[in-house]
Design a protein around this ligand. Structure first.
Ligand code: 6GU
Length: 246
């Protein structure tokens, strides 16, 4: 592949990910492996970390303090986080959307992933402790995103999730796999079940239709299966799908 590798949307400069974190060694983590890792090596996207602790100036390099009003845990200081954000903005020309990973954020969706993947990249602030002082989030108009209704020990793993979801959409990263259009969520349905050889395994067979070679029947069967599993497991998605198809 030569030319199609770089889309117009990326206009020459590769998709850029920046993580602002107290644990830079957690990157690239899983993104250094497999297709994302190969694409990183190939220069289809870039990843930089900014160590927030590098902006602490006291001798103990303090980045947090106790919550105003009391309560458990510690809060990341606005002045330190602000310096890290300004450093990223200086280095990137301020063109990257700034995202803070937090369970308080709006839920991440494939639609938002697609928008971010086709933009210049992302700068992702990873919180530790109880979180970040709200004033620095307000001052920089930060977008707060959650990856689900459970609590992680910090934003780094969530940032890896967000970046993974984006990077796989960058042209050339997924190789010669199937188009994104037919996969889960792109149509608002969960995926149909998958089978491969052997056609009989421990007395379990592959659904006959998948071995029939009749592509119309296969498509119809997969659609039925996708609808059934979505209806059963995700009434929220099912409702939206029904509303959209009316
Ligand atoms: Cl984005 N961050 C953290 N720290 N915990 C989470 C989360 C994000 N999404 C769900 N739990």
């Amino acid at each position: 592949m030569s030319d199609g590798a770089t889309s117009k949307a990326h206009s020459g400069s590769p998709w850029q990910a920046v993580a602002l974190t107290l644990f830079p060694d957690m990157f690239p983590g899983s993104l250094g492996q497999s297709l994302a890792g190969q694409a990183l090596e190939d220069g289809r996207w870039t990843l930089e970390t900014v160590d927030i602790r590098g902006f602490a100036r006291d001798k103990h390099r303090t980045v947090d303090d106790t919550p105003c009003g009391g309560g458990a845990g510690m809060v990341m200081r606005p002045d330190i986080v602000d310096l890290a954000i300004r450093d990223v903005q200086d280095k990137t020309g301020g063109k990257l959307p700034l995202i803070y990973m937090t369970p308080r954020g709006r839920p991440l969706t494939q639609n938002r992933v697609r928008e971010l993947a086709f933009g210049p990249g992302v700068a992702v602030l990873c919180g530790r402790y109880e979180g970040v002082d709200q004033r620095v989030l307000d001052a920089h108009d930060v977008e707060e995103i959650s990856i689900g209704d459970y609590v992680l020990s910090g934003g780094e793993v969530a940032a890896l999730v967000l970046m993974d979801a984006c990077v796989r959409l960058i042209p050339g990263v997924m190789g010669s796999g199937r188009s994104h259009e037919e996969e889960s969520f792109e149509e608002g349905l969960l995926e149909y079940p998958l089978y491969t050889r052997p056609t009989e395994w421990q007395g379990r067979t592959v659904p006959e239709v998948l071995l029939s070679g009749h592509h119309g029947n296969i498509r119809a069967w997969r659609r039925e299966q996708a609808e059934a599993v979505t209806k059963d497991r995700r009434p929220d998605l099912w409702k939206a799908y029904k509303a959209a198809s009316e």
